[in-house]
Ligand binder design. Structure first.
Ligand code: CMC
Length: 433
């Protein structure tokens, strides 16, 4: 890991005491005030409940400039990666922090495409779920259960075992995700095929049936791969931070990824792509847009414009830009250019962007605004949208996990709190309360 450079000090005066806090510079982005010794020197903590101003770790994987709308992995812009690269190449980049050469890429592709089957016993787990279980619930269960199956890749102190755990997760996630779908529709599970691309194999396992050959559309295969690239990693978001925190105790890597999946499920995070479609359904018609915009602005109404806003991007989500273009291409391929849902989404985007409330708060469409539209056009039911996000984000989670475990300075994560509960009081027996 590159060492952070010193960028001077910050002076803090508190209770008449002055302390000098080191300021550290990364290779890009804002400097940070190093408060690690603050408690020892002042007896005080910093307070930042939803981490709006807190860098929780060092990382070399992903850089975001939310003010400008930049997302880079290993220094490469997301636009370049989406256009010129492939998902497995991006996976390699995240795991090894460099793009592979041709031979390395071929090796990596072989490793992943040859480990796509899951333990046959894991298959039985699916039938323990109700058919109407949300596929994210199934994902949490099955990925969590991987921790009981692959004992030869859970010694986190062994670099080879760590790498095997990474490969297993990336390779098997499409099978686990496709089977979650198959189970929900009561169709037979399709086994993976090693001669297909990562995205193609996933599409076949999801939409194919044993009764006939699956016809793969190269345009849809490409769009799927691009969606995976766009979701691969996003620095220290809620699910990634969950994976890091869970892993910081030395826990089983598969169990930690299940924790990440659980966090991603929420509508403020990965669950937003499903919520966007549900919202568009709820709005129903262009003429209802103004009414829903008013509801989104009303603080007494829980309705929010799903697919709008981002904790970090305050100008433009670069992933949304790429996806908007992809949405056009996919709808063209599927002959669904005049899809009323897309028209409604475009109108909603236009009106919201012109609205003072959204402009003032710098609320722009995020990645989830467009991904749902493309995924629906491809034929995925809305419940599967967040599953696809989880499939693609697995590489980000496991690469961040690997980076953290390989950092010699790594210790268990343990935030502190501002206590606002009762001070000490005497216990009163129940009959006297
Ligand atoms: N609709 C209406 N108002 C909004 C929205 C929205 N989607 N997002 C934020 N606001 C308002 C919010 O009410 C607040 O207003 P005020 O300053 O008057 O109190 C202001 O904008 C700032 O919002 P915030 O809640 O402090 O922002 P945050 O950084 O805590 O939340 C967010 C970010 C993504 C959770 C939020 O924008 C949101 O809930 N968006 C909808 C859900 C969504 O699309 N999530 C996907 C995020 S991208 C994929 C991913 O990374 O998982």
């Amino acid at each position: 890991m590159t060492e952070a450079k010193s960028a001077g000090t910050a002076t803090l005066t508190v209770d008449g005491k002055t302390v000098e806090l080191p300021v550290l510079a990364g290779t890009d982005g804002p400097n940070v005030i190093d408060v690690r010794r603050l408690y020892a020197e002042t007896g005080m903590f910093t307070y930042d409940p939803s981490y709006t101003s807190t860098a929780s770790c060092d990382s070399e994987l992903t850089y975001i400039d939310g003010e400008v709308g930049i997302l880079r992995h290993g220094g490469y812009s997301i636009e370049d990666l989406a256009e010129k690269s492939s998902f497995l190449e991006v996976c390699y980049l995240l795991l090894h922090k460099e793009l592979p050469n041709k031979a390395d890429l071929e090796d990596f592709q072989d490793t992943i495409t040859n480990h796509t089957m899951i333990h046959e016993q894991l298959r039985n787990l699916y039938s323990g779920f109700r058919r109407d279980a949300h596929p994210m619930a199934v994902m949490i269960g099955v990925v969590g259960a991987m921790s009981a199956f692959y004992h030869d890749s859970t010694d986190i102190n062994d670099p080879q075992q760590r790498l095997i755990a990474c490969h297993r997760l990336i390779a098997k996630m499409p099978t686990i995700a496709a089977w979650a779908y198959k189970y929900s529709v009561g169709q037979p599970f399709m086994y993976p095929r090693n001669d297909m691309s990562y995205a193609g194999n996933f599409l076949r396992m999801t939409f194919g049936v044993p009764a006939e050959e699956y016809e793969l559309s190269p345009a849809i295969e490409k769009a799927m791969d691009r969606i995976f690239i766009l979701h691969a990693d996003h620095e220290q978001n809620a699910s990634t931070s969950t994976v890091r925190l869970a892993s910081s105790s030395g826990a089983n890597p598969f169990a930690c990824i299940a924790a990440g999946i659980a966090t991603l499920w929420g509508p403020a995070h990965g669950g937003a792509n499903q919520a966007v479609l549900e919202m568009l359904d709820q709005i129903g018609d262009k003429k209802n847009i103004p009414e829903f915009l008013e509801r989104a602005k009303d603080k007494d109404d829980p309705f929010r414009l799903m697919g709008f806003g981002h904790r970090v991007y305050k100008n433009y989500d670069p992933r949304a830009g790429v996806l908007k273009q992809s949405a056009d291409e996919v709808l063209e391929e599927l002959g669904a250019r005049n899809d009323p849902l897309l028209e409604l989404a475009m109108e909603l985007e236009k009106i919201a962007l012109e609205d003072e409330y959204f402009a003032e708060r710098k609320l722009f469409p995020n990645v989830d605004f467009y991904s749902g539209i493309i995924l629906k056009a491809i034929g995925f039911p809305t419940e599967m949208f967040t599953v696809l996000f989880a499939l693609a984000r697995t590489v980000g989670w496991i690469a961040q996990w690997k980076e953290m475990i390989e950092d010699p300075a790594q210790r268990i994560g343990r935030p502190r709190q501002l206590f606002l509960g009762q001070t000490e009081r005497e216990y009163v027996p129940v009959d006297k309360r």
